[in-house]
Design a protein around this ligand. Structure first.
Ligand SMILES: *[C@@H]1O[C@H](CO)[C@@H](O)[C@H](O)[C@H]1NC(C)=O
Ligand SMILES: *[C@@H]1O[C@H](CO)[C@@H](O)[C@H](O)[C@H]1NC(C)=O
Ligand SMILES: *[C@@H]1O[C@H](CO)[C@@H](O)[C@H](O)[C@H]1NC(C)=O
Length: 299
């Protein structure tokens, strides 16, 4: 096996994604989209609370659910009005359950929200969402210049995490594209952050991975259930800038397995995409939307 293939399948195993062989795949882009729409309806009906604007009262996970809705709207324009309603409701209601703000003590939580609002801005062009992401960015900069470079994970600064540092790079690179003339040099932040992550952080191992979920095998916890959706979302982005047929196959295979092996009759979907279904909740359901949208986007 070529090293690249090896690391891809290792990454898949580490995250509990399906590595099953391609069986009788008949799904088309529109099949994946209609599955994603159903999964989204189930997510919203079963877990969205319009009084606090959150899914299952979960905080950073809800930012990821918001992003999943935006990603679906990006490939299915009929879904834009529905997605926009959820953006607006969450925008109005969510801060109240967090002391009136989207900021807290964790830079990764904040950055998930920044990415969510950037995705919502891309769909709606509502400048309030972009401004919100910009003010979250201001808070994120407070965590910079941790003892060995990069950004602290939390305001206590007791730890330098990989996820918050990768998120910070994603936020500044996204703002550089969308808000180039607002007086902040996001591009330089992005270049410095990428330089630190790649050359100085020590966060990548010799196989260029950071991906291991040490708990696996075993049932994924809520973070693992959420982050596998983030992983396929990221892989779709990689595919859009550096296409590779293996990524397409991998994404379709996982979506097919979700459809065939991990779905309840009522449309709830669990965290183990290879099946069987268990423990469906908003984390598994919103991740699965990422998976179905990813498969649709590359098909
Ligand atoms: C995916 O990208 C985000 C930034 O958008 C990053 O923080 C995260 O670590 C990446 N995660 C995976 C599992 O690829
Ligand atoms: C959601 O499911 C995950 C497993 O997928 C489980 O670890 C977590 O406790 C559940 N969370 C809630 C809030 O039900
Ligand atoms: C999702 O699809 C299932 C059939 O697979 C159906 O029973 C369910 O009513 C649908 N849910 C929604 C909210 O559309």
């Amino acid at each position: 096996m070529a090293p690249q293939t090896l690391s891809k399948s290792r990454a898949a195993l580490a995250l509990g994604l399906s590595t099953l062989p391609l069986a009788a795949r008949a799904a088309t882009r529109s099949d994946y989209i209609s599955n994603a729409l159903n999964a989204t309806d189930v997510l919203n009906q079963n877990w969205y609370d319009s009084t606090n604007g959150l899914w299952q009262d979960l905080w950073w996970n809800s930012a990821n659910a918001l992003t999943a809705l935006a990603d679906l709207a990006a490939i299915d324009s009929d879904f834009i009005p529905t997605a926009s309603n959820y953006f607006q409701r969450t925008y109005n209601a969510a801060p109240a359950s967090n002391g009136g703000t989207l900021l807290n003590d964790y830079y990764d939580d904040e950055a998930w929200w920044a990415l969510g609002w950037i995705a919502a801005f891309d769909i709606t062009q509502d400048i309030n969402y972009l401004s919100t992401a910009r003010s979250i960015f201001q808070d994120l900069t407070i965590g910079l210049d941790a003892s060995c470079g990069g950004q602290c994970w939390s305001k206590d600064c007791d730890y330098i995490g990989s996820i918050n540092n990768e998120l910070f790079l994603a936020v500044v690179a996204s703002l550089a594209h969308r808000s180039p003339n607002d007086g902040t040099d996001y591009r330089t932040y992005a270049i410095n952050q990428a330089d630190w992550l790649i050359h100085h952080s020590g966060l990548q191992n010799s196989h260029n991975l950071i991906l291991t979920k040490p708990g696996y095998p075993g049932p994924p916890d809520a973070t693992a259930a959420q982050c596998k959706g983030v992983f396929v979302r990221n892989l779709t982005k990689l595919q859009s800038v550096r296409p590779d047929g293996d990524y397409v196959t991998f994404l379709q295979r996982n979506a097919d397995s979700v459809r065939d092996k991990d779905r309840e009759g009522d449309g709830e979907i669990g965290p183990d995409w290879q099946g069987p279904l268990f423990d469906a909740n908003m984390t598994s359901q919103s991740s699965v939307i990422n998976c179905l949208v990813a498969a649709a986007a590359v098909s």
